[in-house]
Structures are given as C-alpha cells and as structure tokens.
Design a protein around this ligand. Structure first.
Ligand SMILES: [Zn+2]
Length: 204
C-alpha cells in the first residue's frame, strides 16, 4: 500500500492573495491572521494522512496543540517554501519539535523540488513510508533505507520506545494498585494485615 500524500493542499485565489499581501518571511507564519488558512490546511490534510503523523505514524489529536503543520524543508532556511503545498504535512508536535530546523536537503535549491532525490528524509509527498521504515508494535522503528534511517535520527523516533515503556509501567502499577484496593475491601483480618504490609512496602 502506498503511503504518501497524493494531492497537496490547493490554496484558493483569495488565500493566495492574502498570503501575498501579508506574508514576507517565515516569522510571519505564527501570526494569528493566518489561523483560518492553517485550519483549512489541517482539515484538508487530516484525512489524506489517515490522521497520522507523517513521521511517527501515530494518531494525531484533534486539539490545536496536538497537531502541527510541518514544513518538510524548514521554513527558517527556505522562507519562500512556507506556503508551498508540497512542503506542508501534518505531524505530531513532538516530531516537529525534534526535527526542528535540521537540514534535510543535501544540496542548495532554488525552486521547490518535484522529486525527493535530494531530500535525506522520507518526504510525505514523494516517498512511500513503508518502503523506508518498518514500525514494530507501534513504537520500534526499523530503517529499510538510508532515508528511513535519517528520518528516525532527525525526528528521534527511537524516543517512542521509551514513551511506550513508561506508559506500560504506569498501567501495570495502576492495575496492581487497584488489585490491592479490591483485596483490602474484601479481606478478612489476616488478609487485611498482609495487604497493609504490602502497601507499606510500596509507599516506602
Ligand atoms: Zn510524530
């Protein structure tokens, strides 16, 4: 199954005009006047990406802070690509933050590329994710290519294994604690004493 974005966002004529008048460099990106356009981009890309982060493939949240419009080629380096449709993809804020302003092109360019030959990471509009990265158990990333390997490094995807492990520990502690509560609630005196000893051990 192919897994890249087939149709990039298409700006309307009025959106293009608005950008032309109000955008001069990448620092303008965060201005609230672009919020409506950004909402349109997010709403458009969500189903195109099956609501998944373009780098870690985890489910994207629906609150504004749970999803970022990611600039594949950093806008800090190429300001003129800030509103380039093929440079925009949705990512989770963590991947976006980790990727930051790291360079992902192996040569200087003038026009936006029409292929991903010079892109060192998986490009959401050109590269098939599954041919470059294999995900095991939703959190272990195996590189199938150098692009895959670079994507894992640039976005620090290895962080997710630790995230997953911590989540599991939290759940198992919660389960153990609720088992203990059930035991105490239904215990006779001897069992109650043992449960209290166990509880004391845990809170030490
Ligand atoms: Zn992500």
């Amino acid at each position: 199954m192919s897994s890249f974005i087939k149709d990039p966002y298409k700006f309307t004529i009025s959106e293009k005009d608005f950008i032309k008048v109000n955008f001069s460099n990448h620092l303008d990106w965060d201005k609230p006047i672009f919020n409506t356009i950004k909402t349109n981009i997010r709403d458009y890309l969500r189903p195109k990406q099956a609501n998944k982060c373009c780098y870690c493939k985890r489910e994207l949240g629906y609150d504004i802070k749970d999803v970022d419009i990611e600039h594949i080629i950093p806008k800090s380096e190429y300001s003129n690509f800030s509103f380039e449709p093929k440079n925009l993809a949705l990512s989770c804020p963590a991947c976006n933050t980790k990727k930051g302003e790291k360079k992902i092109l192996n040569k200087k360019i003038v026009r936006y590329p029409t292929h991903s030959k010079n892109c060192t990471i998986v490009h959401a509009h050109y590269d098939n994710y599954n041919e470059n990265i294999l995900i095991h158990n939703g959190c272990v990333f195996e590189a199938l290519s150098s692009k895959g390997s670079n994507t894992i490094t640039v976005c620090e995807l290895f962080r997710l294994k630790v995230v997953e492990q911590k989540a599991k520990v939290k759940i198992s502690t919660k389960n153990k604690n609720s088992q203990l509560v059930n035991l105490i609630m239904s215990a006779d005196q001897e069992e109650l004493k043992n449960a209290m000893v166990e509880l004391m051990k845990r809170i030490k």
